[in-house]
Design a binder for this molecule. Sequence first.
Ligand SMILES: [Zn+2]
Length: 78
Amino acid sequence: MATSEHRQHQRALVAELQGTACRCGASKKAKQTFCRACYFALPKGQREALYHRVGNGYEAAYAAAILTLTEKGRIAQD
Ligand SMILES: [Zn+2]
């Protein structure tokens, strides 16, 4: 079920994907979720999951990756 909160979250994820700032503060390429250092800090399964599309598994993959990067101290907690 797509609530307006959910759609807002999806828009934020798409905006972040299109942007060039990684959550850790480094620069990244547009259409990539994270910078190389953050991306390669993720376990293989989590890296692969980020290839899902927004609305089709990306949100869960993103949430898992953020948890990992937070645990590793690469990004600050919200
Ligand atoms: Zn990063």
